[in-house]
Structures are given as structure tokens and as C-alpha cells.
Write a protein that binds this ligand. Sequence first.
Ligand code: C2E
Ligand code: CA
Ligand code: CA
Length: 400
Amino acid sequence: MVKNMNSEISNKKTFKAGDIIMRQGDEGNAAYIIESGLVEIIIEKDRGLVQRIGTRSAGSIIGEMAIVDKKPRTATIKALEDCKMLEITRQDFNNRLEKTDPVVSTVAQVILTRYRDMMTRAHILGQNDQLESMEKEFVNQTDAIETITIANEFKDVIDNDELDLHYQPIINLKTNKVDGFEALMRWTHAEKGNIPPNIFIPIAEESNLIVKASRWALRRACRTLRNIMDVTGEDLFMSVNFSSADFAEADFFEFTSSVLKEENIGTQNIHLEITERLLMDQPENAKKTLQKCRDAGMSVSIDDFGTGYSSLSYLHHFPINILKIDQAFIREMGTDKAVLELVKAIISLGKNLDMEIIGEGVEHPEEAKILKKLGCDKVQGYHFARPMPKEDTIGFVQNQ
Ligand code: C2E
Ligand code: CA
Ligand code: CA
């Protein structure tokens, strides 16, 4: 329910009973808040079938996806009674967002960005069912207050010793042995317990708190790797995740190099994991910084490959030497021929660009088999091992 509608941002509109307020498939530019009246939501299916989703009355917001993205309407909405509405165009909303309290604006932007990411992933995979449930989840669970609270509490996690790293083995498909680990952040909140990284990382990124956390993680991960290599005598790598905010720091390369030195880790033993989004956000800076890292001997991985926004054609502009295929593809490739073809294409693209390929989220032995057959180099997933605390890593390497 929407209260206290502010006329400053909106135009008044009236619709007569029977009017179509928006039509499925049309481009949406505005959302509406119903002041009075009743509307019906209808989804048109193939062969003229229609599905009636329900009705909405005063206080509801309809067509809100138009504020998120310039995409076709996903439903038709028809006035069942005469209706008075406030129209909020995407432009109104954006203007409003720019002027608002920075906390509110940040939170709204985080949520919108995260939502767009989810939608993009779902669209790429054509998972319409998932899409519908995501939409519901978004509407039901988004809680701005919670987001602000988390951002506030994350400030002190390092000092309060609430932040930790777990390490997930990455297995070489040729030798069936562990080649390295990915460091994954864990936050155990004193009262709330474990908070998943998918919740706190985007919030930490938006508030720039991620920079301090990433720097802490890099040092901690290097220290753990030194310890594992010393005890087991194996030569292994550590993969550490970085965000756009980390790369925006002018001394990223210098800081990273100095940590490696101080922790006695060779540059060839570190993989920097970044996303396509980072490349899109700051292409020139990313290119320069990554080049310095590569020249120094570090590896650079593209994480969640295939779900982002970059066109395949510009991948080779960046100094990247590892592609990590997103787990969503791995999950689908056994049952969906089109996805299998995509995975094949990604692997052959990577190979042609001289990159190493890592398949993520391998949960079943058949998936590992398919990937091996397609020429994938390495895999990571619950089938081999879950992310584990530092204490378990040495045993894992020794007992393989
Ligand atoms: P990611 O970088 O793609 O990490 C892989 C995620 O997949 C991890 O989730 C891991 O636990 C999970 N995973 C691994 N194998 C399987 C599998 O077989 N099945 C399934 N269902 N999941 C699997 P986690 O640890 O919850 O992290 C989620 C995301 O949070 C990460 O995705 C990454 O984007 C972010 N993240 C985690 N730690 C850090 C960090 O230190 N820095 C940054 N910037 N981001 C991080
Ligand atoms: Ca990663
Ligand atoms: Ca990933």
C-alpha cells in the first residue's frame, strides 16, 4: 500500500470503467498509483488464452516495472471501475531519486541494480517461472530498513572480528587434484547469525565499505595460502573476489603487490576475480590496472561469465586469462540443449582467446563429465567440495 502520495512527482490521470490502462507488450514509461477505483491484471498467453492474475484497488501501485527498466509491459491492466490515478514516469522517478536523501537514494539504487541483475540472468536463461517467482520475492521481501541497517553494521565487522573467509577448492579436470581455492567472505553477525554474501556484498559495494573488506580479505587469503603451501608442499593458487569500488582506488595495483610481498606469495599464485560489470563500469581504468597486474604475473578471471552485459566481441580488449562459466549455465546444460550449446560456445571462445576455463557450481558428476569432454580445464562446486573454513583446507589437500 502506498501512502502520502506526493503530487509534485506525478500527473493525475483518470480512466473510465473498461479502459485499458496499459497493454501487455507495449513499452512502459510510467507506473501508476491508484487513488480510487479498481483494476484487473490480465496476462495474455499464446493462442488467445488469458490468465486473470487479480485485481488492485486504491493505494496499490501498478506497472512499477517501467520505473526499473524500459521493457515491454508484462501484463495488461484494465479499469473495472472509473479510476483516478497518479502517474509516475521513469523520468519523474529518476529526478526524484537524484534529489532525495542520499541514504534513500543509495538504497533504492542498490535494490534496482540488484533487481536488474536478477532479471538479466533470468532473461538470458529464459527462466520465466523463475522470473515470476523473483518478481514476487522482490515485492514481498525488499526491506529498505534492513538494507540501511546492514550497511551500518557492516562498518564494524572487521574490527568486531565478525568477518571470516571460507575457501572452496578448484579442481583440475586433467589431474583430478586441487589446483587452488576461491576465498569467499562470511559474516557471522553477533545476533542475526550468518548473513549471506549475496545480501551484504552489494550493500557494502554501494557504500564503498567493500574496499576495506576486500583489502582485509586479500591479506587474510594470502596468509592462509602461505600456510597451506608450507604445510602441504603443493604449489597452489588463491582466487580473491574484487568489486568495481576496489578497482576505482588509484593504488589498487600497488596495494595488492605490497600485500603479496608482505605475505610472501608469488604473483603467479594469485587470481583476481572480477565481473563483466566492472569492465563495463570503468573500461579504461580497468584495462590499465588489469594490465599492470597481468604484467606483474597475476591472473585475472572473469566471474559469472555469460550473465553480464559485455558483448563477447570486446572481451579480448581486456587482459583476462581465465573465464569462469556461471553456475546457472552448468545447472541447465544437462537438460537444455540450447544452454549446452552456449557452454560449448563459451569454452571454444575462451580457448580461441587463450584463456583457461573454470566451470562453476558443479553439483553432479555428469556435469563434470560433460565439461571435461568439452575441454573445460577446471571445476568448482559442491560435487567436489563446499567452501570450507581455513582449518579444513590442509586436510583436503593432503587427503585428495
Ligand atoms: P561467486 O563469486 O560466484 O562465488 C561462488 C558462489 O557459489 C559461492 O557463494 C559458493 O558458495 C557458491 N557455490 C559454489 N559451488 C556451488 C554449487 O555447486 N552449487 C551452488 N548452488 N552454489 C555453489 P557464496 O559464498 O554465498 O557467495 C556469493 C557471492 O557473493 C559470490 O559469488 C560473490 O559474488 C560474492 N562474494 C563472496 N565473497 C566475496 C568477496 O570476498 N568479495 C566480493 N567482492 N564478493 C564476494
Ligand atoms: Ca567469484
Ligand atoms: Ca561466480
